[in-house]
Write a protein of this length. Structure first.
Length: 456
């Protein structure tokens, strides 16, 4: 589902605690994965990716880079990134990898230019404007389009697209990091965090586990990534708790009737693989989704876009019954369809990233043979193989390993609502060290201070 970091002032719940992860097939980051292996070529590759003429870009003092990093040379698999240096002291500031979810949605289209990057797609559809809430005020920000098939990331081997699941995605993302650090060796020692939202609530801890496991291997040639923690916004975490939170939130916000809520409470056991065989349960869950058809599930109180994205076929709610590995015939909600405070930002992003001059400037294409960029790849969304009903065991592993986790939720998101996050975190039964307290925005705590505290 991938996708909803609302303005940080919307944060209702923020919990800070330590963590660690769960078992994946292991990838070792050694010199054999270096496709730009000679050290004297790293600077060349680095400068080759420097973005110098992005159309409509505001004047800025920091550098930013974009391009492809190979992750499988034999299959011709490469991932697209966009990296923004911190506004000052980039060699000293933390490095943050940002992932959007879906599965199948673009971290460039959402995270980089609708949410937390330094530039936002402008409503005039011609360029960009500066984002006063950019996270690169306090950190180096690395946005990755993951997995292959998302945005500009690609594979020359068609069968790769049929292998996509959480484990495949985590392994590719780790290989990307290994090769990216060879291209940008000056950031190898930076404090490193992995962050994301929505379905990246699965991606982020799964990748953190791969990094953690490889860091702890007795292999002198492997890269030690300086991972300190993860940050998760409105994250998918545990299916049972997420479904319960989704339903309870809709009821508590008057989206559904008391009767619909009673039927679901009586007939649905979201912890069971068989819950969707109950017709009364699945029918009531379908009724919840039906009530969201006319509003933006990711921002309950904002307008919807009357345009291309609002009328596109993938938003037809009748198309979201699907079968996956742990829930049969489950009603799944489409990836985030609308972004930010302007509900048509998705359409503006689609126009911007399919421009020849933009693709050439970002080194995504030669400006002649253009890529067909989409904000979400619906084939990936519909065909995804779901492996882990819950990443809470990974949380526990990360906690035991001394890593930090910050979970935050916007309280008007109905897709992965704050209730789902609270139910999931409560299941961990962690001790509370700091009592519940208000989170101030404009009255007492400046936004710059909030951003800086994310990485302390």
């Amino acid at each position: 589902m991938d996708c909803h970091t609302k303005n940080i002032s919307n944060l209702l719940i923020s919990l800070c605690f330590t963590t660690l992860v769960i078992l994946l097939p292991v990838v070792i980051c050694t010199r054999q994965h270096r496709f730009d292996s000679p050290k004297d070529r790293s600077l060349l590759a680095n400068e080759r990716d420097l973005v110098t003429d992005l159309p409509g870009q505001p004047d800025v003092s920091f550098k930013h880079y974009a391009g492809y990093v190979p992750v499988d040379k034999s299959n011709g698999r490469a991932m697209f990134y966009w990296f923004f240096e911190a506004m000052d002291l980039p060699k000293e500031k933390p490095l943050v990898l940002w992932l959007n979810g879906g599965p199948g949605c673009s971290s460039v289209g959402y995270g980089a230019t609708q949410e937390i990057g330094p530039f936002l797609v402008d409503t005039n559809e011609n360029g960009l404007k500066f984002n006063p809430y950019a996270w690169n005020k306090e950190a180096n920000m690395l946005f990755l389009e993951s997995p292959v098939g998302v945005g500009f990331s690609y594979s020359n081997t068609t069968s790769d697209y049929h292998k996509l699941d959480d484990d495949f995605t985590a392994r590719d993302a780790y290989t990307f990091l290994c090769n990216w650090f060879e291209r940008f060796p000056e950031h190898k020692g930076n404090t490193f965090y992995i962050a994301g939202e929505s379905y990246a609530g699965k991606y982020v801890p799964e990748l953190a586990e791969v990094v953690y496991d490889n860091n702890n291997k007795n292999n002198g040639s492997s890269l030690k990534i300086n991972l300190k923690g993860i940050l998760l916004g409105n994250p998918e975490t545990s299916d049972a708790e997420d479904w319960r939170g989704w339903v309870d939130y809709a009821w508590s916000h008057a989206v559904i009737s008391d009767e619909t809520h009673r039927i679901i409470s009586r007939t649905c056991n979201f912890s069971s693989d068989n819950t969707w065989s109950d017709e009364e349960c699945s029918g009531a869950v379908a009724e919840v989704q039906k009530q969201y058809d006319e509003i933006d599930i990711y921002s309950l109180y904002t307008s919807v876009c009357i345009g291309d994205s609002a009328s596109s076929s993938y938003l037809d709610s009748t198309k979201f019954f699907k079968t996956d590995s742990h829930i049969s015939s489950s009603k799944r909600v489409p990836p985030r369809r609308l972004g930010g405070y302007d509900p048509c930002l998705d359409d503006y992003a689609r126009t911007f990233y399919n421009r020849a001059d933009v693709q050439k400037s970002l080194h995504a294409s030669d400006g002649v043979h253009l890529k067909n960029w989409k904000i979400c790849n619906m084939e990936i969304f519909h065909n995804w193989t779901y492996l882990k009903p819950s990443v809470l065991p990974i949380y526990e592993k990360l906690i035991a390993g001394g890593l930090r986790i910050w979970v935050y939720s916007g309280d008007t998101d109905g897709r992965v609502p704050v209730l789902a996050t609270r139910y999931s975190l409560s299941a961990l039964e962690l001790p509370i060290k700091t009592a519940w307290r208000p989170w101030y925005h404009e009255k007492q705590v400046p936004i710059d201070l909030i951003i800086s505290r994310l990485f302390k």
